[in-house]
Write a protein that binds this ligand. Structure first.
Ligand code: MF3
Ligand code: CO
Length: 249
């Protein structure tokens, strides 16, 4: 069942979503060569402790032990903070969810450590653009897979590939609600979109092939071919005026 949100519920999701994006921007400013990924988790925990009304959404979710996901280079999603030291030329995807007054917001971005190659810059740019192509389609009257197709078309026409195993999702009083929002699909298919629906849209795009596998820690997805992967995510509401990015700052 897809839960339609009231305007006041959407405002709560907005508070959580803006918080999530603010957290990512704060952590992004702390990314530099030499820092350990666990230090980003520690900064995240410290910040969240100082904000009494906000809770971390991921910690404890299906047993996930951290507030933050930090996925480096070929790690696609659910990278676990640890002793890995970031080095110049790496790319780092940060994913953070927040809960405010019973409602969730979810956001992610990928950032470069120092200077990266032109082809890697292009991967980041195309992945973020594909998120915005999907958001443009997130409007009343469209079909769910119009979002998916817009993302896929943009990523694949740039020569990159779309991860199939992980998808976007409805979000509200739960972190993951129906429907699933795939980043690939046929235009004109899927449920009809209505105002009051809220989705976390999150393309994961690989430089090489689309296949992924899960690491020994049981969480972290990596590309099978070892190629780089990027991830951008916004929480988006469908309003009578079209898509509204709730995690936009
Ligand atoms: N943004 C991701 C998602 O929606 C991150 C979830 S991490 C988890 O699936 F730990 F909560 F699973
Ligand atoms: Co998500």
């Amino acid at each position: 069942m897809i839960i339609i949100k009231t305007p006041s519920e959407i405002e709560k999701i907005r508070v959580a979503s803006i918080y999530a994006m603010e957290m990512l921007l704060y952590l992004k400013d702390n990314i530099k060569a030499g820092i350990r990924t666990i230090e980003l988790e520690m900064l995240c925990e410290q910040k969240i402790k100082s904000d009494k009304k906000i809770k971390a959404a991921f910690k404890g979710y299906n047993g996930y032990p951290f507030c933050l996901c930090v996925s480096v280079n070929d790690e696609v999603v659910h990278g676990m903070p640890g002793n890995r030291i970031l080095k110049e030329g790496d790319i780092v995807s940060l994913d953070f969810g927040a809960r405010y007054d019973g409602f969730y917001g979810d956001a992610a971005l990928t950032e470069a450590v120092g200077s990266i190659s032109d082809e890697t810059k292009r991967l980041l740019k195309i992945t973020e653009e594909s998120l915005y192509k999907g958001i443009e389609q997130t409007r009343e009257g469209n079909r769910l897979n119009d979002i998916s197709n817009a993302i896929q078309t943009h990523a694949e026409s740039a020569g990159f590939s779309v991860v199939r195993e992980f998808v976007g999702h409805g979000i509200g009083a739960s972190l993951h609600e129906e429907p699933q929002v795939p980043n690939y699909g046929e235009k004109g298919r899927g449920i009809r979109l209505k105002r009051g629906m809220v989705f976390a849209i999150e393309p994961m795009i690989n430089m090489g092939r689309s296949e992924v596998m899960i690491k020994e820690n049981g969480w972290t997805a990596v590309t099978k071919d070892g190629s780089l992967s990027a991830h951008f995510e916004h929480t988006v509401a469908i309003t009578d005026k079209g898509p509204e990015i709730l995690s936009k700052i």
